[in-house]
Design a protein around this ligand. Structure first.
Ligand SMILES: Cc1cc2nc3c(=O)[nH]c(=O)nc-3n(C[C@H](O)[C@H](O)[C@H](O)COP(=O)(O)OP(=O)(O)OC[C@H]3O[C@@H](n4cnc5c(N)ncnc54)[C@H](O)[C@@H]3O)c2cc1C
Length: 363
């Protein structure tokens, strides 16, 4: 039975960033194997999101999400230029669409200031008047440190870099874990491997994978988000966000600017029980309701179904665990659970966090 030093399960952005960080920490690329069940990397959440590099406005102080989002946003900028990935720092307006929402907007602004979120400022009356041409707005603040990244390009560049370095990519390999005599084994297709360290970055399937080795204390909580494409030209030089949902299940229907400059709206929030990305045209009316509360000059006929993604949330101790959970509950095994938004932004920092656990346990 072959033995591999580091096995990473899942070639999403978190798994690939973990491989990159291991290499940067001196691990030889040929000692790393990434197992991916699909033919290509990044086909689940890493390519089914809003592509926003978040600035850290929403998450509780001292949470892992807050820390890793701020760190990840900064780390992406250095890394992107090294890998030739373009990040557009286009900024986003967060808006109160009516007088009743102003208090909540003030609270979000003050909360962000308290957490030292960089580059946020109130929007002056002249700029508000300009914004009123396109949206319903009473008050707004600007987060200049919010950016966008083209996920398709990012996945391509990141995976190509790892291939070239010599990391072993094993595609079409759905992995099962087996725990026998206190030893972890990786079973895929007809082969079984052993590893010094197993890293579970399987996204929506990470909880199922840990269950196969008897870890039963966490359940999945999937929240689907659907996007609509706007079939006409619209402003795309900044993002517009409403106030977030109180539960933080989603950040509210906002604009999404794609790599080619086209504009989408979404994502909504829909509780689901399995991974199914099919979209029902009935959701156009639901999302249009959210759009029409803020955005002017959009007709329902201008919209069509684009794509959907599923947020990978988790239930722990019978309640929603709203932070990232990165831990090593079994020797030589590290898992990243609940990696929903801002997981794309935070991914380089999540990878560093995983690697620091891996390096600690290997010394
Ligand atoms: C609707 C939506 C909007 C979002 N918007 C943003 C945003 O704007 N900004 C932001 O920062 N974050 C955002 N996120 C969050 C972000 O997309 C995720 O946190 C991030 O992509 C998670 O990456 P991952 O590598 O953990 O998971 P994934 O990309 O899902 O990768 C996991 C991989 O593991 C593979 N896999 C699973 N099981 C196995 C197995 N048994 N064997 C082999 N391979 C396996 C899968 O095929 C998959 O390729 C959003 C998420 C959603 C759903």
């Amino acid at each position: 039975m072959e033995k591999i030093d580091f096995v990473i399960i899942g070639a999403g952005v978190v798994g690939m960033q973990t491989a990159l960080t291991l290499i940067n920490n001196g691990v030889a690329p040929e000692d790393i194997a990434i197992f991916e069940q699909n033919p290509f990397p990044g086909e689940h959440s890493s390519s089914r999101n809003s592509g926003v590099l978040h600035a850290g406005l929403y998450y509780p102080q001292n949470s892992l999400k807050q820390k890793l989002c701020l760190d990840g946003n900064r780390m992406w900028r250095t890394q992107a230029s090294e890998l030739g990935i373009e990040i557009k720092k286009i900024g986003k307006y967060v808006v109160a669409t009516n007088i009743q929402e102003i208090e909540e907007l003030n609270e979000l602004y003050n909360f962000s200031i308290k957490k030292s979120v960089p580059e946020i400022s109130w929007v002056g009356t002249e700029e508000i008047d300009c914004l009123k041409e396109v949206i319903n707005v009473e008050k707004a603040f600007l987060s200049k440190n919010t950016g966008i990244i083209d996920c398709a390009e990012m996945i391509k560049k990141l995976s190509e870099y790892l291939y070239k370095k010599g990391v072993n990519f094993l595609e079409n390999q759905k992995v099962d874990l087996i725990y026998e005599n206190k030893k972890l084994k990786i079973k895929c297709n007809k082969e079984t491997f052993r590893a010094n360290t197993v890293i579970n970055t399987a996204g929506l399937y990470a909880v199922d994978l840990r269950k196969s080795i008897g870890l039963e204390d966490i359940e999945n909580n999937y929240v689907k988000g659907n996007y609509l494409k706007l079939n006409k030209k619209y402003f795309n030089d900044y993002l517009i966000y409403p106030l977030p949902e109180k539960s933080l299940k989603g950040l509210g229907i906002h604009t999404v600017v794609q790599g080619d400059g086209s504009v989408l709206f979404g994502p909504n929030t829909e509780d689901v029980f399995d991974v199914n990305y099919q979209m029902n045209s009935k959701i156009i009316a639901e999302i249009y309701y959210g759009i029409s509360k803020i955005f002017k000059n959009i007709n329902i006929e201008d919209l069509s179904l684009a794509y959907s993604g599923i947020r990978s949330k988790i239930i722990k101790d019978n309640k929603l665990y709203s932070d990232f959970l990165i831990q090593s509950p079994v020797e030589n095994y590290i898992e990243a659970l609940g990696i929903d938004s801002p997981g794309l932004t935070a991914s380089p920092a999540i990878a560093s966090y995983i690697c620091s656990i891996a390096m600690r346990s290997s010394t």
